[in-house]
Design a protein around this ligand. Structure first.
Ligand SMILES: NC(=O)c1ccc[n+]([C@@H]2O[C@H](COP(=O)([O-])OP(=O)(O)OC[C@H]3O[C@@H](n4cnc5c(N)ncnc54)[C@H](O)[C@@H]3O)[C@@H](O)[C@H]2O)c1
Length: 378
């Protein structure tokens, strides 16, 4: 077994949503060891959390700049090799940029940056760095999403005609209808979240998934947002018509006010020979539909699956794996890249996905603001 990769964590403190997913995911395939962190902007809270989860406190730094400065003083074989950026959105760009410029690999949460310009800037920095950059579009790590990608690539659907990606949540209902609450959440503050809430937070997962599974690029969008209240500056619901390569058309539907919905991400791809449907809340079932044959259900871990899909399962078929495993698969792909091993380009989302995601988000906002017009992506 090669030595564990030394991992630093930025954000993801005990008070966070996503921190535990990354910590567990980094642990699952025995590739990483957390050696340093800034879990919170408050140093005392960071230290307290490190003690709580039993990580040595000598490399829990008071802030990000200190982490970089102090780590660079350490011999290379002790220094953090890769940092996971799990902070609110506005810190992704400055942190990822400085990390790449100083020779660290980066695993970064989405949306990659605050806007498209920052994304292109980061892409250039990355291109000159020679370092690995992985973007955690978590859902691409599921075995059945990977299976869909590989089967579509092999021609299972023939020519694709229609895509439909839906990401419905209801969590913002609790805050959006209360004037005071909606002014205190970072996800509804453009200075911290960026130009979009709903599309930036979840719509971008859906757009990434349709590009990931079909291999086609979104070329233009027409979008209609709902903000619900005049004093709310951020979209909480959005419907986006998309035109993709090869005359494929479809829709990305995203909402944070879909009452009663939990993490309702579902995608369907319809082609001349058949269709695939996959739902995140039942991730171990991939439905293959046809006009002329009975419904087929693909499941993880069976030999009929592709190598990319099988690599994403760890235990025999019938033992459900879920969101932690899906994120772990992205960490596994990133570990292979960091170690200089060969890997399939479907094993983790890249800088290119991040740039496209920001291009998508910015284009949806432009479309809505210009009166629901078609906007071309680059
Ligand atoms: N991949 C996914 O499916 C997924 C799911 C949820 C969130 N996210 C993304 O993860 C990121 C974090 O989201 P969250 O829901 O965990 O947010 P959160 O508000 O729950 O947690 C943010 C964490 O960052 C810490 N933090 C804030 N400023 C910091 C600083 N200057 N230095 C160090 N730590 C700092 C906070 O103390 C907190 O621990 C966001 O970009 C979000 O879009 C991705």
């Amino acid at each position: 077994m090669p030595k564990k990769i030394r991992l630093g964590i930025l954000g993801g403190g005990g008070d966070s949503l996503i921190g535990v997913l990354h910590r567990v995911a980094s642990f699952i395939n025995d590739n990483y060891e957390i050696v340093g962190a800034v879990f919170n902007p408050d140093h005392e809270q960071s230290l307290e959390f490190a003690r709580e989860i039993d990580i040595p406190t000598n490399r829990i730094y008071k802030d990000f700049d200190t982490l970089v400065e102090e780590e660079l003083k350490l011999p290379e074989d002790e220094r953090i090799e890769v940092c996971s950026v799990l902070t609110p959105n506005f810190l992704h760009f400055p942190m990822a940029k400085k990390l790449l410029e100083n020779g660290f690999h980066v695993i970064c949460e989405k949306p990659m940056t605050m806007n498209y310009e920052e994304a292109k800037d980061l892409q250039e920095v990355h291109a000159n760095s020679g370092k690995v950059f992985a973007l955690t579009h978590t859902y691409t790590g599921y075995p059945m999403v990977r299976q869909m990608r590989e089967m579509i690539k092999a021609g299972a659907l023939g020519k694709i005609h229609k895509v439909d990606a839906r990401y419905y949540q209801g969590w913002i209902n609790e805050v959006i209808h209360d004037k005071e609450k909606r002014s205190t959440v970072w996800r509804l503050d453009p200075k911290k979240a960026g130009i979009s809430s709903c599309i930036g937070d979840i719509g971008v997962h859906a757009s990434n998934l349709i590009e990931y599974t079909t291999g086609l690029k979104i070329k233009s969008v027409l979008c209609d947002f709902n903000y619900l209240y005049d004093d709310n500056l951020m979209d909480v619901d959005g419907t986006v018509l998309v035109r993709m390569d090869k005359h494929v058309k479809g829709v990305v539907r995203a909402s944070q006010v879909a009452t009663g919905e939990e993490n309702g991400l579902a995608i369907a791809i319809y082609g001349e020979k058949g269709a695939f449907r996959w739902e995140q809340e039942k991730p171990n079932f991939l439905y293959k539909m046809s006009d002329s044959e009975p419904l087929q259900v693909y499941k993880p871990g069976h030999a009929y699956n592709s190598e990319l899909s099988l690599n994403a399962s760890k235990i025999p078929a019938g033992h459900p794996e879920g969101i932690f495993d899906s994120m772990a698969n992205i960490y596994l792909g990133a570990a292979r890249a960091i170690r200089g091993e060969t890997y399939n380009d479907g094993e983790f989302p890249t800088m290119q996905d991040g740039v496209r995601g920001m291009n998508f988000i910015e284009s949806t906002v432009a479309s809505h603001k210009q009166g629901n017009v078609w906007i071309d992506l680059d």
